[in-house]
Write a protein that binds this ligand. Structure first.
Ligand code: ATP
Length: 263
């Protein structure tokens, strides 16, 4: 098992914690009493069959939907009922399963728009009138860094519709990185990719591990077992196993419910 990450002062650093997180849709508990900790410099994968509650869990962590019960803390602050924008301000970034790209815009414009829409600017606040130009320069620098980190610098001025599917998924990541988040929630970043594209994305996610706490929802088990430091396995809204990849692989309940004989 990998060593527990620490701050310079030696304290372990959990950036996001969910406790007893629950979401009911009528009679259905889509997420039921889930506990989860996301650590800086670690990738935590959430796996499970279709309908297990993975996307609902991501939506609860990001603030896109509110829980029926339980809490979500970010950097030690209770953010359970905060909006996605407020969570973005606190360092949370997420990508979506369905693409959010404006295909007729350039890569740059998509990233710039994502940065703008997720960062709060209050025109009625005089304190911000004089800092607006500075804020724009900072946002531009963040966007450049995000595009570079996502490996798309050569595509900066290319129309998004004309780049490959794999590059469009890289663009989604760049859009998520545009606000310089510390916590990344990634919903199926390898969806629809061929072998070569998937390998590139795995490399990119490994690169992003440093400095970020990452929650990865993914169906591609080769990628999951190549990337994850810890795994949570969900079935019918509940966590049936949680641990290192080797612990999860050896778990008989997981083998029976999900992984079968192949891993
Ligand atoms: N807005 C909603 N209203 C009612 N039921 C919902 C809603 N969203 C999700 N569900 C139900 O909650 C359960 C969990 O769905 P969810 O999309 O979270 O699963 P998932 O593990 O992400 O599945 P997949 O791997 O197919 O994306 C499913 O039974 C789904 O039909």
């Amino acid at each position: 098992m990998s060593a527990t990450p620490t701050t310079p002062s030696g304290t372990p650093e959990v950036l996001l914690s969910a406790r007893e997180l629950t979401k009911r849709f009528g009679g259905l508990a889509a997420v039921n009493g889930v506990n989860l900790d996301l650590w800086r410099d670690r990738i935590h994968a959430v796996i499970g069959p279709n309908g297990a509650g993975k996307s609902t869990l991501t939506n609860l962590l990001s603030g896109d939907i509110l829980p029926t019960a339980g809490t979500v803390t970010l950097g030690g602050i209770d953010t359970t009922r905060h909006s996605p924008e407020a969570k973005s301000q606190r360092g949370l970034g997420r990508s979506y399963q369905k693409t959010n790209i404006f295909s007729s815009f350039t890569v740059w414009d998509n990233v710039r728009l994502a940065a703008q829409s997720r960062r709060r600017y209050a025109p009625w606040n005089p304190a911000q009138w004089f800092t607006r130009a500075d804020a724009q320069a900072t946002t531009n620098a963040s966007c450049e860094r995000a595009i570079e980190l996502a490996g798309l610098t050569s595509r900066t001025n290319t129309i998004a519709a004309t780049i490959s599917h794999g590059e469009q998924r890289q663009l989604e990541i760049a859009m998520t990185l545009a606000t310089e988040p510390q916590v990344l929630l990634l919903d199926e970043p390898l969806a629809g990719m061929g072998q070569a594209e998937a390998e590139r994305m795995v490399e990119l996610l490994l690169k992003l591990k440093k400095g970020h706490a990452m929650c990865l929802v993914e169906h591609d088990m080769d990628a999951v077992f190549a990337l994850a430091d810890r795994l949570t396995v969900m079935v019918n809204g509940q966590v049936i196993a949680s641990g290192t990849p080797s612990e999860v692989r050896a778990d008989t309940a997981v083998q029976a419910a999900y992984l079968g004989e192949e891993h």
